[in-house]
Design a protein around this ligand. Structure first.
Ligand SMILES: [Zn+2]
Length: 344
């Protein structure tokens, strides 16, 4: 049962921090990713270069903290991004194009009251279970698995112990679903929500990031598969990250068309720093909405206009790891809980 106080919270369940790689322990982008036109476009569009900071990573961090502080969001779940691992479970940095360390995200959450740490674990890694325990003890609120970028076919039987332990610990697993465009992938087919049965069968909460949606130009569409899985599993939730961008202009309308009962399990996520586009939503938000200066707020405003549910922007609270959920219900900053735990 949700306490009355958490009903009023606004939480973004899917935001990113990028590291350029000046300190690879914190995170890095591969040389190939740095050269991609989309990376360059994103840096230009978001104006990161103009932020204060000694290097690009510091500038990215500054922008996030500045916009989050000014935002009407109460919290954002900031996601780490684990590396690619070999079949035998060793880390493969050469094949990793986008990496953000769990410790970096945990550190940012300890420093900033509005950040909740979303750790990332590639279940291929040999120490996946130990890392899961460590992240939960350190205050992680959910665990992200990037199926396509991290090369994780979520349907593999060998991941069952990992899924079962996450269910026991009560920490939700967010899986990337739908085609990935921002970074090189191992396989787009891993992002089909139909592959989530094995995780769902363990009984824990599973969140399908992006609701399986693909861009208008993609060869496949995994959204119908997401809809089927929502019908088959009560413990599956959908999350709206990236769905307010131009290349998915019809995605939110289609999602709302599934009806009220279905939309009760839709939670809010932005995919920051990927900016929302207000062009397809002018009738909903107007030409010059007040929120246009802050991408976190504009994204929330666009999605709230669809009225998915009474508590669309707060309902992720009910799904988070128990210690974080309790802290939010008591209105204690969860960062304080995490730092008490790690020092204890
Ligand atoms: Zn994302």
């Amino acid at each position: 049962m949700k306490s009355a106080s958490t009903d009023t919270l606004a939480i973004d369940a899917h935001a990113h921090i990028f590291c350029w790689g000046e300190n690879p322990q914190q995170g890095f982008l591969s040389a190939q990713t740095k050269k991609r036109w989309l990376t360059k476009l994103l840096i230009w569009l978001t104006g990161i270069g103009q932020e204060p900071g000694e290097n690009l990573s510091a500038k990215m961090k500054h922008r996030l903290l500045r916009q989050l502080a000014a935002s009407r969001l109460d919290y954002c779940i900031l996601l780490a991004q684990d590396a690619v691992y070999t079949e035998s479970g060793t880390r493969n940095d050469a094949a990793t194009h986008f990496y953000v360390a769990n410790d970096y995200v945990l550190q940012l959450a300890a420093e900033n009251e509005k950040i909740l740490p979303g750790c990332s674990i590639n279940p291929h890694r040999r120490d996946a279970l130990a890392e899961l325990e460590r992240c939960v003890a350190a205050g992680a609120c959910l665990i992200k698995v990037h199926t396509a970028i991290q090369g994780v076919d979520p349907s593999l039987k060998k991941f069952e112990p990992f899924y079962a332990r996450a269910a026991e610990l009560g920490i939700p697993l967010t899986f990337h679903t739908g085609y990935e465009h921002a970074c090189s992938v191992v396989s787009q087919s891993f992002a089909d929500p139909a592959r989530l049965s094995r995780a769902l069968d363990q009984g824990g909460v599973v969140i399908a990031a992006h609701c399986g949606t693909c861009a208008v130009f993609d060869r496949e569409d995994f959204y119908p598969s997401f809809v089927r899985m929502m019908g088959a599993y009560d413990n599956l939730y959908g999350e709206t990250a990236v769905m307010a961008t131009l290349i998915r202009w019809h995605a939110l309308r289609r999602l709302r068309g599934e009806g009220d009962e279905f939309c009760r399990r839709i939670i809010h996520g932005s995919d920051y720093p990927l900016p929302p586009s207000r062009l397809p939503y002018l009738r909903r938000v107007g030409w010059f909405p007040e929120e246009r200066r802050n991408p976190l707020d504009l994204d929330l405003r666009i999605k709230q206009s669809f009225e998915f549910s009474r508590n669309y922007e707060s309902q992720v609270v009910d799904l988070l790891a128990p210690s974080v959920r309790v802290a939010l219900q008591k209105q204690t900053p969860p960062g304080a809980v995490a730092s008490q735990k790690s020092s204890g």
